[in-house]
Design a protein around this ligand. Structure first.
Ligand SMILES: Cc1cc2nc3c(=O)[nH]c(=O)nc-3n(C[C@H](O)[C@H](O)[C@H](O)COP(=O)(O)OP(=O)(O)OC[C@H]3O[C@@H](n4cnc5c(N)ncnc54)[C@H](O)[C@@H]3O)c2cc1C
Length: 643
């Protein structure tokens, strides 16, 4: 039997999904003697989740909802390989060896654990897969980066690391979060050195090392109030010896160590992300789409490109309203009234739905998308003090809503719809489904809103933020539209409120708190730039809009500069963010997770090519915006939405 060589560039969570699918398939049916070459300079499996990072850096998903293994919900992924979810792994001391690190409360599927532990889980999964690989699958780990890929005359790939080269017949690119070329900032070692101007940190990771030069006498501006900001706050407070204690009223108080710098955070909206609600959905319960159905989207896409605002958003809104009112009426009235309302709401048109809402719900309790995305009342913008007072109250209310849960709390139930229906959104956005203008709008306007309302930090993080404000460690009261810049001949940058120009603060350090989503054309690694230059891949464009990433077809095969699918090379995850939407997630159990579906699809195609069978999925016509039925069935987790 022939020997087939497979290369996987990048063995983070995505690379692991490819390895998992290969091992699962080969255990059931041998396709060939497989030699798998895994390339990664980091410990295999962990990706960007360094097991050595500090414990205060948390995963923002509950442990029960994270897995690296396919299950029976995954459409078309192939044989199932049983393996523990993150929660099951944490619970099993033989696996996680938590020992004394296990808290008195035990391990909860609804708990948020550290990314260091998550990295250890991922590394463990790698070893588990290696142990389960049948004898004919040889796994070779190369702890180095691939710096170049070259297509050889027979179609195979020559992969170069710094000191070596390897030849593979099939190639998977799963290189995840990479750094952009220009991110090399010189960091001052003292306040005196920084006085020559503000030091700008455009990439705060790895957090502890990058921020270690910051001394307590410095003022640190944080641009952005998303998940990265919470990491930075952790590093500059708890990471500096401070601690949070619970107060008798159920809140948190910050006990400073005196080693914290002064902090000031601002963002375009002026608002932090909202808290995740207490999870009432267990491991795999999701809101089931009633309006934003994948087959509806598919039928629309068969005729034309979509406009998100007119074609998709009204359906999403109706689903959010449904979830909100179902929970509201169940809680405020009784379950039967809630059912009655829901039955009528489902079959009503827009005007009838509005009438129903008026009939059942008092005006002040009605769901308002407008207030959800722009909650700041004009009265809160009169003075900086008004805003500060309003913001503290707003964050406290958010904690109250979070406590009600993502099923029983009407507001959080509605927000969770956006997360639960992400696959439906993907079915509209992926592979250039939107018009160019609408695609631009989704990435610049809708995605930040989605992040703020649906994928925020654990509620404990918001409670801690409030405690830091209370302790005077951080200032978050600059209002919407604040900016940080140097003016005139001044070298030091200043955060200035857009509303109250006298409200400002000079900063010694400005940390841009976001994860880079740069174009592969601007990648620090020579690999992606070289592949682009050689024409093996091309940047993804929706008309004139480069939405990010390289282009792949619906089998995840690379699309060359000539517009042809390269049948033996695939890319999954972040390198494809652009043609795909929201690729930076880890799989969830029991919900036909898109990361697992995609891995299954790519590996199934590779193995059928290895076996020489005819079951290779038909290659798409590349400029068609219409997904095939087969592709759309990948979204069948949407509870029978497809016939
Ligand atoms: C700081 C941070 C925090 C996050 N927190 C969460 C979270 O809490 N929850 C969540 O769901 N998601 C989180 N994410 C999103 C993240 O995208 C996913 O969790 C997941 O790590 C994505 O997996 P990946 O394999 O695609 O990418 P990565 O995890 O980035 O792994 C890619 C791997 O490829 C390797 N690689 C890159 N280039 C090469 C090359 N040329 N040769 C060889 N190897 C290469 C890298 O070394 C790396 O190990 C976070 C991301 C970051 C950056």
């Amino acid at each position: 039997m022939k020997t087939v060589r497979v290369g996987i560039i990048g063995v983070g969570p995505r690379g692991l999904t490819i390895l998992e699918r290969i091992v699962a398939n080969e255990r059931v049916k041998k396709s060939a003697d497989l030699h798998i070459y895994l390339f990664d300079p980091s410990p295999p499996g962990v990706g960007c989740h360094d097991p050595e990072q500090d414990d205060y850096l948390l995963v923002n998903t509950v442990a029960g909802q994270i897995t690296q293994f396919s299950d029976s919900s995954v459409v078309g992924a192939g044989p199932i390989l049983e393996g523990p979810s993150f929660h099951e792994w944490l619970e099993d001391d033989n696996c996680s060896r938590l020992g004394a690190r296990r808290s008195d409360h035990g391990i909860s599927p609804d708990g948020y654990y550290s990314r260091a532990l998550f990295g250890r889980y991922l590394h463990w999964v790698y070893h588990y897969l290696v142990a389960l690989a049948p004898a004919h699958v040889k796994i070779n780990l190369i702890r180095d980066s691939v710096v170049a890929a070259e297509s050889l005359a027979d179609g195979s790939w020559a992969l170069s690391t710094k000191f070596d080269s390897f030849c593979v017949n099939y190639l998977f690119l799963t290189s995840g979060h990479t750094k952009p070329a220009e991110r090399e900032a010189k960091q001052p070692r003292s306040k005196a050195e920084s006085e020559s101007g503000t030091t700008v940190i455009s990439d705060p990771y790895p957090i502890r090392e990058t921020l270690s030069f910051i001394t307590p006498d410095m003022t640190v501006g944080i641009e952005g109030m998303g998940l990265t900001t919470f990491d930075i706050l952790g590093a500059l407070t708890v990471g500096r010896g401070g601690r949070f204690v619970n107060t008798p009223s159920g809140g948190k108080q910050y006990i400073a160590s005196g080693r914290e710098p002064r902090l000031a955070a601002f963002s375009r909206s002026g608002l932090p992300l909202t808290a995740r609600a207490a999870n009432q959905k267990g491991v795999s319960v999701q809101y089931r789409a009633r309006f934003l159905l994948a087959d509806k989207i598919r039928m629309l896409r068969a005729t034309r490109k979509l406009d998100f605002l007119t074609d998709v958003f009204p359906l999403l809104l109706a689903d959010m309203q449904f979830a909100y009112y179902e929970a509201y009426l169940r809680g405020r009235r009784d379950p039967v009234t809630s059912m009655l309302f829901c039955n009528q709401f489902l079959c009503a048109d827009v005007a009838e739905r509005e009438a129903l809402i008026k009939q059942y719900i008092p005006a002040q309790d009605q769901f308002s998308w407008g207030s959800l995305i722009a909650p700041i009342p004009s009265s809160a913008l009169t003075t900086a003090l008004d805003f500060q007072t309003w913001l503290i109250g707003h964050l406290r209310e958010d904690l109250v809503e979070a406590k009600k849960g993502n099923v029983d709390g009407p507001l959080k139930a509605a927000c969770d719809v956006v997360r639960d229906l992400r696959d439906c959104l993907r079915s509209a956005i992926d592979f250039g489904g939107l018009t160019e203008e609408s695609h631009r709008w989704v990435l610049s306007e809708f995605a930040p809103i989605m992040n703020r309302i649906a994928v925020g930090p654990p509620a404990s993080r918001i409670a801690e933020l409030l405690a830091l404000v209370d302790a005077g460690v951080i200032d978050i009261g600059f209002g919407p539209g604040a900016a940080c810049q140097a003016s005139g001949a001044q070298k030091t940058m200043r955060i200035t409120s857009a509303r109250w120009p006298e409200r400002g603060i000079d900063v010694d350090v400005l940390v841009q708190a976001r994860i880079s989503m740069h174009s592969p054309a601007n990648d620090a690694s020579p690999l992606l730039r070289g592949m682009l230059k050689a024409g093996y891949v091309r940047l993804f464009h929706n008309e004139a809009f480069h939405a990010g990433g390289i282009e792949v077809d619906r089998n995840f095969n690379w699309v060359s500069s000539a517009g042809q699918a390269i049948e033996n090379a695939w890319a999954l995850g972040i390198p494809t963010e652009g043609v795909k939407f929201y690729t930076f997630v880890v799989p969830r159990s029991g919900v036909n997770s898109t990361a697992l579906v995609d891995a299954g699809r790519a590996v199934t195609k590779m193995l059928s090519m290895v076996a020489g069978t005819a079951s290779v999925p038909p290659t798409e016509v590349l400029d068609s915006a219409v997904p095939t039925t087969e592709y759309a069935s990948a979204f069948a987790s949407l509870y029978g939405a497809l016939s």
